[in-house]
Design a protein around this ligand. Structure first.
Ligand code: FMN
Length: 175
């Protein structure tokens, strides 16, 4: 098991995956991390859709213009949703759940990448949110935050470079 100090250094975004499926126990452990993540007012109002259907994964990859085509090579997508009407912190809650799942996946040796969907879409004006709600049968009151691509890493990423950390962005007492 990697300690957290090492895990935060090792975690990088992975966009290439080998063809293998994700182990069912690993998937459960990843989702568990999302379900354990903190939420505003303890609402736990997020929903996660695990998609392993190849056709639907391909459709999700086509829901926006840029930065999502690599999803077509992933065995699994986790779609993170929130209820924007009932929860003014749905973006924060969903983001914390998503990164929690990403760190858990990293700890299991799996690769992930966040694919932004909120506020994104196609050049013709169709927004990714409506497209994805159509693909996955999501009720109107839920909004799509992001899709996590999850798979077995097939690209090599260097760990974070300690020498390049932006310590200058950290302020003590005043800006
Ligand atoms: C809010 C957010 C949105 C992102 N959207 C995308 C995306 O749409 N497509 C993509 O390939 N990567 C996306 N990423 C991944 C970033 O590009 C990546 O985290 C960043 O380049 C730093 O690299 P690292 O994760 O390897 O440290 C996103 C990350 C965050 C946090």
């Amino acid at each position: 098991m990697t300690d957290f100090k090492e895990l935060v250094k090792l975690r990088r975004s992975h966009r290439q995956f080998d063809g293998n499926e994700i182990d069912a126990d690993d998937l459960k452990t990843i989702i568990r991390a999302g379900l354990m993540s903190p939420t505003s007012k303890g609402q736990r109002g997020w929903h996660f859709i695990v998609v392993d259907d190849k056709e639907d994964i391909n459709k999700l990859a086509d829901a926006k213009d840029m930065g999502s085509q690599f999803l077509k090579g992933a065995p699994l997508a986790i779609v993170v949703l929130g209820d924007a009407m009932r929860n003014d912190c749905w973006v924060e809650d969903g983001s914390i759940a998503a990164i929690s799942m990403q760190y858990q996946a990293e700890e299991l040796g799996l690769g992930t990448c966040w694919i932004q969907m909120r506020g994104r879409g196609l050049g013709d004006g169709m927004d990714a949110d409506s497209i994805i709600r159509g693909i996955l049968g999501i009720p109107d009151n839920y909004s799509v935050l992001c899709v996590l691509a999850v798979g077995r890493k097939a690209d090599e990423r260097k760990p974070q470079n300690e020498d390049k950390l932006k310590w200058e962005n950290v302020h003590i007492n005043k800006f």
